[in-house]
Design a binder for this molecule. Structure first.
Ligand SMILES: [Zn+2]
Length: 176
């Protein structure tokens, strides 16, 4: 279900939310409390090392268990997208990123406990700082470095990532 379909009562005043009047954003007829359901921002990094290989993480859990993802996650309140990606890269694979550049965005969704949230994924390209090496840390089972041309789209976890990797392959090679 969509997030707004979960609301039966106003979370501020407790008035019943009339089913027939359920609208986006949620608006309470009694107290005018209003709640927006705009997409959240996801960040993801296409992180390269000097030989051009990019970092892929094997997912330890569903959805898409066993398929490849890339470092990333949701942006925290008050955080920039770039800083969100830097934080996730540090937490997941212990990497300090350099040359973080916006690449493209793509719509996505995220289902948690039967509620499907809207997401906009912001993809960035980045390179690892010299003398850095990836480690499997927080919730990461294992990782591989693969040349973009050698990545099978079927091995990638989400349509959004398949789109980004395809576009990455098509673009001119970045300065390493
Ligand atoms: Zn209310």
């Amino acid at each position: 279900m969509k997030p707004w379909e979960s609301f039966r009562f106003c979370p501020r005043c407790g008035a019943a939310a009339a089913t027939a009047e359920r609208v986006i954003p949620f608006r309470c007829a009694a107290c005018e409390f209003t709640l927006f359901f705009n997409p959240v921002v996801g960040v993801a990094g296409i992180i390269r090392r000097p030989d051009g290989a990019i970092l892929l993480l094997r997912r330890a859990k569903d959805p898409a268990k066993g398929k490849f993802g890339v470092p990333g996650g949701f942006v925290d309140f008050g955080e920039s997208a770039e800083d969100g990606l830097r934080r996730e890269a540090r937490e997941e694979v212990g990497l300090r990123l350099e040359a973080v550049e916006f690449f493209l965005s793509h719509p996505n969704s995220y289902t948690y406990r039967d509620v499907t949230y809207g997401v906009v994924d912001f993809y960035f390209t980045a390179r690892i700082a010299p003398d850095q090496s990836a480690q499997a840390l927080d919730e990461v089972e294992s990782f591989v470095w693969l040349q973009p041309a050698g990545i099978s789209p079927d091995d990638l976890a989400f349509p959004s990532l398949r789109h980004a990797i395809q576009r990455y392959r098509e673009r001119p090679a970045p300065a390493l």
